[in-house]
Design a protein around this ligand. Sequence first.
Ligand SMILES: Cc1cc2nc3c(=O)[nH]c(=O)nc-3n(C[C@H](O)[C@H](O)[C@H](O)COP(=O)(O)OP(=O)(O)OC[C@H]3O[C@@H](n4cnc5c(N)ncnc54)[C@H](O)[C@@H]3O)c2cc1C
Ligand code: FES
Length: 401
Amino acid sequence: MSATVSTTAETTTEATAPAAAATTASAATTAPTGPRPTTGRASLRQRLRRVAEAAVTPLELDDVLDVFHPLRKGADLRAKVVAVQPETAQSATIVLKPGRDWAGHVPGQYLRVGVDVDGVRLWRTYSLTHGPRADGCISITVKAIPDGVVSNHLVHHLTPGQMIHLGQADGDFVLPDPLPAKLLMVTAGSGITPVIGMLRNMFSRATPVRADIVLLHSALSRSEVIFGDELRQYAAEGRLRLVELHTDRDGMLDVADPATGLAALVPDLAERTTYACGPVGLLDALEAHHGEAGLPLHIERFRTAVVATGEGGTLSFTGPTGGGTVVEADGATTILDAAESAGVLMPSGCRMGVCFGCVLPLREGAVRDLRNGELTVAQPGDGVNIQTCISAAAGPCEITH
Ligand SMILES: Cc1cc2nc3c(=O)[nH]c(=O)nc-3n(C[C@H](O)[C@H](O)[C@H](O)COP(=O)(O)OP(=O)(O)OC[C@H]3O[C@@H](n4cnc5c(N)ncnc54)[C@H](O)[C@@H]3O)c2cc1C
Ligand code: FES
């Protein structure tokens, strides 16, 4: 396999600025300012609120405020779409003005996004792709996948001025403080998104970081490389060494191959701390490779690696939302996917076992954790909760929803 090596950076092992200092600086650009004095003012505010409530009765004041001031402090966290900027044919960066309760983020973290598609609120998770921004906006970059409900909606149908729902930033795929002297970023496809946030943050500091960074990025073709021009510019400026692989020309990266794999592309691999994000196959191969070699590796997964399937079962949704829906589910399909396919409105978030946004009570029955095969069994009254996004039916199940 051949690789395009855009440039070799003039490198140094000195990590001059601590990562956390920069990430705090980044968070500070988006974090709300500190608490204001409330005595006196608060009571005036309360009195004004009572007057306003009386004026809009029988409507709820918050509902009225949502129409005129949806991004206000204390409202459900939302964001206004400021811009949708195409990156490649199937991906776009969405710039958002978040509500005043947005608490900021550390580069590498993700947030949950909720959009209404065909009248159904669907939540998905996206990495924050920006560095420090003076305008208080945030950004995500989404790649539309075939048949992907939310990703296609975001990339192809979202328009400036629309409102979307948000969760606060979360996740531990962030750079440490102090930075390792030598970093290797391994990304593929949309897996570049958390890493571009880190890079933009490092490169926009007043005192730029002079860490020794290698970025190994793989995409279908040159035109499919998200942020391609920006990454090549970083390489040209000597900020990093970019190893760009195009699978239409180079084939898939075989991580462990001594002739064309990681060791060949990054000769000083053993001295580097690796941060990786990409498809399941790449991350599994990296885990195996680095585990065997005893090398430090941090990964961000966009999808759960399903390792254990079994017999499925009948799912019954009892409760006001499920309305008695009964679904036949196989043992490899998550309860979340099976229920949504049957039209049940389900709570969800990351869809990979991280955020606990999908938890529902399992009243009775057995489910299997698709990540490890572990069975959870419940009898009425046990009070067992399950994550529907990583659990599959393992026999008849009744879920209260
Ligand atoms: C922590 C985290 C960060 C993420 N950051 C980003 C990001 O920055 N940019 C981005 O584009 N996406 C990101 N994702 C993935 C994103 O959350 C959605 O999974 C993705 O957009 C697909 O959602 P969808 O509704 O379009 O697809 P769905 O309608 O849910 O699924 C459609 C089909 O595609 C399959 N599928 C679902 N997800 C993927 C996937 N990731 N890759 C391949 N096939 C899939 C499903 O099994 C199904 O067959 C992230 C996920 C996580 C957990
Ligand atoms: S949706 Fe995040 S844990 Fe299930």
